[in-house]
Design a protein around this ligand. Structure first.
Ligand SMILES: [Zn+2]
Length: 148
């Protein structure tokens, strides 16, 4: 399993943990390079060190559960009917796209995503948050991490 696939799948797990701990809904940007990744979400303040520690713990707990990753392909209207706008990020999908690949980690994260993923969460390895930056003006929280 390549570093990129593990680091990309970790984005979904981290997003679920950030949603659980901070109540964050919208992803504003993502990037992955090798075993390094960055998740950017819309948020209104800088989280405390304690909150960030909980996010890392929650993400690693989900990885440790060895949960099966569901990748589904379905009509966009069906996906919207099932999950509403939870499948979307702040960067919009063109209206011309009518079939979606859906990443689904039940109870944790669902997202329209056409990338490759690990088959289970434990294949990610482990996740370590390396840097947290809050951009006050744009109300964006940037979380950088590495998978090992
Ligand atoms: Zn994905």
């Amino acid at each position: 399993m390549s570093d990129e696939i593990r680091a990309h799948t970790a984005l979904h797990v981290l997003k679920g943990a950030v949603a659980k701990v901070l109540g964050v809904k919208w992803t504003a940007g993502v990037s992955v390079q090798g075993s390094h990744g960055r998740l950017i979400v819309q948020f209104d303040r800088k989280p405390s060190d304690d909150e960030m520690a909980r996010i890392e713990e929650e993400a690693n707990a989900m990885i440790g559960e060895d949960a099966r990753v569901e990748v589904l392909e379905m009509d966009r209207t069906e996906a919207e009917g099932r999950w509403g706008n939870l499948i979307y990020d702040l960067f919009p999908l063109p209206a011309s796209i009518t079939r979606l690949q859906i990443f689904h980690l039940p109870g944790w994260n669902v997202n329209a995503c056409n990338k490759q993923h690990t088959g289970t969460t434990s294949e990610i390895g482990s996740l370590k948050i390396s840097k947290v930056r809050f951009r006050t003006g744009k109300k964006l929280l940037e979380i950088s991490y590495d998978v090992q």
